[in-house]
Design a protein around this ligand. Structure first.
Ligand SMILES: [Zn+2]
Length: 267
């Protein structure tokens, strides 16, 4: 890259950095990102490789087919599908799901166990899909670690650091912290995605409220979800407000029987 272009991009980055304190429209998914789509795919594949060494994947074909179909249906309601998304279940009791750059989505078995309906599970998966759609992870990582370091990871120049970051950002004891604005945008887009795909977005509200209650009863159980997706009454309120703006429709995408079967299998 020519030097002047680099300088110009840095200028834009600084302005974007200053501007990030201001309210940005939750509807705008074109946030500034130095990492290209191709680079994000490469980085995501590398992270996914590391993560799958650290977790035990649930390899049951029925469970796999179920999350594939849930993910695919939800993607039909997403704004953009720029990545080859993958959906996998990992054996891990805490209630959580997480997204790795480039569209690798992991559902923890604890989440499947805690969800009572498919809409509740779909709400969390839709939220994770939209962290990818709005490319939050690469934006957050560029801000946290700098473009140069991220590029080294993309190019495979620093495998030691890649392993270390995979553990601290996506491993069992770690988590990538998104900004409050990013969480709020993912919630906003999740409502839209579910509505368009034919899942009832009330599932998000129900699940968040249930988790909030469960967390008061046994904080140890849910720490992971709350540390990576801080849940506030504001967040629940905002989701309710978005749902109230939707045109009424019937929701028929879900398959409660398939959901129950998958849930039984991970138990
Ligand atoms: Zn989130």
């Amino acid at each position: 890259m020519k030097q002047w272009r680099m300088l110009m991009m840095l200028g834009v980055l600084m302005v974007a950095g200053i501007g990030s304190g201001c309210a940005v429209s939750k509807s705008n998914i074109q946030g500034f990102n130095l990492i290209s789509i191709d680079q994000e795919k490469q980085l995501g594949d590398k992270f996914a490789g590391e993560i799958e060494k650290q977790y035990t994947l649930v390899k049951d074909p029925e469970v796999q087919a179920y999350v594939d179909s849930l993910g695919k249906k939800l993607l039909s309601g997403a704004r953009e599908v720029k990545f080859d998304y993958t959906f996998k279940v990992v054996q891990e009791d805490s209630v959580n799901a997480f997204a790795v750059p480039g569209g690798h989505i992991y559902v923890q078995s604890g989440l499947l166990k805690a969800a009572d309906t498919e809409d509740e599970l779909a709400g969390v998966v839709a939220h994770e899909i939209n962290h990818v759609v709005a490319r939050h992870a690469t934006r957050q990582l560029t801000q946290q670690y700098g473009y140069t370091l991220l590029l080294q990871l993309v190019l495979g120049q620093n495998p030691g650091l890649l392993t270390q970051l995979a553990t601290s950002l996506f491993g069992k004891a770690g988590s990538l912290a998104y900004s409050r604005g990013m969480e709020s945008q993912s919630d906003f887009l999740a409502v839209e995605t579910m509505h368009k795909a034919g899942y009832n977005p009330q599932g998000i509200v129900k699940f968040f409220e249930k988790l909030d209650k469960m967390n008061h009863q046994d904080p140890n159980l849910l720490t992971k979800f709350f540390s990576s997706h801080p849940l506030t009454t504001d967040r629940i309120k905002e989701v309710k407000e978005e749902i109230a703006k939707l045109q009424p429709r019937s929701y028929s995408a879900g398959s409660e029987a398939a959901f129950k079967k998958a849930k039984e299998k991970v138990r």
